[in-house]
Design a protein around this ligand. Structure first.
Ligand code: ATP
Ligand code: ZN
Length: 214
């Protein structure tokens, strides 16, 4: 039987283009139709699966995929049996705490007793715990987190920031960086030797592409 390494990438969103470019620049030839869920490379023992990025860490843990390409923030939030095997230098952003612009920020201890809205509850919990802060609550919201303070849902938020313009237009200011993030390749920590060999070959190519660009 011919072993294929199954690589999961984001089906649509901010990581999609960079993920496809990376695989194609590494020499993989495959088709990617709009409604395609998976495709096999014509010249490399790889199958590409197109999935929602938030689901990728679970699929990698379950070995539905062997390898995945996600934001480091998603990797950190999901806390699955995954390891980072390559950092990719794109989709750079940070996860930050923001509060209403009119308020004075009194440092991390001032978050004690506050309600915080976020799509990243595990990361926020770990961050606050590390700083001995006990919030009133951490409210998980899957999108439009930045409107939460304005509608009275929370005192503060923790969300992805790249330029800060979304925060500004919602009357918020960034007060604390919780983590820096970039696109990463995650892998199941116990891949079969055949799959590991394919992954090593692919990582070698990715590194070569990266060197050629610098
Ligand atoms: P959904 O899964 O609901 O489509 P999402 O926020 O998970 O939404 P994207 O917006 O496509 O998906 O973001 C995917 C990843 O890209 C994020 O997890 C993060 O790592 C990175 N990212 C998000 N926003 C930015 C940004 N403004 N600049 C750079 N990278 C970003
Ligand atoms: Zn997502």
């Amino acid at each position: 039987m011919n072993t294929l390494l199954r690589i999961a990438i984001q089906k649509s969103g901010r990581l999609q283009e960079g993920s496809l470019d990376l695989l194609k620049e590494s020499g993989l030839k495959f088709s990617n139709g709009k409604d395609q869920l998976k495709t096999q490379a014509r010249n490399f023992p790889v199958e590409v699966l197109f999935l929602r990025d938030d689901d990728i860490p679970q699929y990698v843990e379950d070995k539905v995929a062997d390898v995945g390409l996600v934001g480091e923030n998603v990797f950190a939030e999901k806390q699955k049996k995954n390891q980072i095997v390559k950092r990719l230098d794109f989709a750079k952003c940070r996860l930050s705490i923001a509060i209403p612009r009119a308020e004075t920020y009194g440092g991390i201890p001032s978050l004690n007793g506050k309600n915080i809205a976020t799509s990243y509850p595990n990361i926020v919990k770990d961050f606050l715990k590390k700083h001995n802060v006990v919030p009133a609550g951490i409210h998980e919201i899957s999108g439009s987190v930045e409107i939460a303070p304005g509608i009275g849902l929370a005192d503060a938020i923790c969300d992805i920031v790249s330029t800060g313009s979304t925060l500004l237009s919602n009357g918020l200011k960034e007060v604390e960086v919780v983590m820096q993030s970039e696109a990463v390749i995650i892998a199941n920590p116990d891949l079969e030797p055949e799959k590991q060999a394919i992954l090593d070959k692919l990582l070698f190519r990715i590194e070569a592409v990266k060197k050629a660009k610098n």
